[in-house]
Design a protein around this ligand. Structure first.
Ligand SMILES: [Zn+2]
Length: 185
């Protein structure tokens, strides 16, 4: 009763099928044949996705609970360094013995195919703005190097052009505090 030889996400449910209350646990490690995720963070082709499945025979189908564990790769949006993003997600879904209108998934030939559910759970959990660290300071605009301490501490070495920009910014703030003046136009 191992996984389907050709598809790692297809699991036999023969031994719990129509046995109400019977449970079985299955662990599967699937190596991705293609990349999952189109955004800045994705699970790469060749990455292993580990899934702990619990199969439970119910009256009208098999209840499948899954704990998924894998690693996505991404680029920190601040410093552009590569980041490993741990992915830990879960789902629970009822696979009907016979297809119905309410249930999207059903048992086929005593097997359930979890690929779409695993993939959706993983892809939906991927971060839109991955960070190498919550406190990542990003890149120094002058040197292009990753900052290891806040830029304010380098204020004495500030380029005069940046100083001019800072002056502009503070002017903006002053005007923003006086909305009445803007309305005169
Ligand atoms: Zn970073």
């Amino acid at each position: 009763m191992k996984n389907h030889p050709t598809d790692p996400f297809v699991v036999s449910v023969f031994d719990v099928s129509h046995r109400i209350g019977d449970e079985r646990e299955v662990h599967l490690d699937a190596t991705l044949a293609e990349r999952w995720g189109e955004g800045v963070a994705y699970v790469d082709k060749g990455q292993v996705v580990s899934v702990d499945l619990r199969l439970e025979g119910l009256h009208d189908g098999i209840l499948v609970s899954a704990d998924i564990d894998t690693t996505a790769i991404a680029e920190c949006v601040r410093c552009l360094e590569p980041v490993d993003v741990p992915v830990q997600v879960e789902f629970q879904e009822l696979f009907a013995y016979s297809p119905t209108e309410e249930l999207e998934f059903s048992v086929h030939d005593n097997h359930v195919n979890c690929e779409q559910l695993v993939r959706d759970a993983v892809v939906l959990s991927l971060p839109f703005q991955p960070l190498c660290d919550d406190d990542c300071l990003g890149l120094d605009p002058e040197t292009g190097q990753k900052l290891t301490e806040p830029r304010e501490q380098n204020a004495s070495t500030i380029d005069p052009r940046w100083a001019a920009l800072e002056a502009l910014t503070s002017t903006d703030k002053t005007t923003a505090n006086k909305p009445a003046a803007k309305k005169r136009t």
